[in-house]
Design a protein around this ligand. Structure first.
Ligand SMILES: [Zn+2]
Length: 93
């Protein structure tokens, strides 16, 4: 299934070789966690909430629900599933 990729102007973006626009933080997050693409229902969050700080250590993979909760309550309590069951790139099972 193909996901619609939304480009949000609040984030820094770049152009891929294919000429597609992509968020920098998403790319850095994918690399950090070893995914080709951020798993469905997961987002990359900026820990310091500075959308321009796209360094690895500032990015964390969160479930959408946790992400929402985090922004709303300013606390992070992860209750939902982690994406461990999804196939990762370069992983020897
Ligand atoms: Zn966030």
């Amino acid at each position: 299934m193909r996901r619609k990729r939304r480009i949000n102007p609040k984030y820094q973006k770049y152009k891929t070789k294919e000429g597609e626009e992509k968020h920098i933080h998403a790319r850095v997050g994918e690399k950090k966690y070893g995914y080709d693409k951020i798993p469905k229902n997961f987002v990359i969050h900026h820990i310091d909430e500075n959308k321009d700080n796209n360094q690895r250590f500032n990015l964390i993979l969160l479930h959408k629900k946790d992400h929402k909760r985090l922004h709303k309550r300013k606390t992070l309590k992860i209750e939902s599933v982690q994406p461990s069951k999804l196939k990762k790139k370069n992983q020897n099972a």
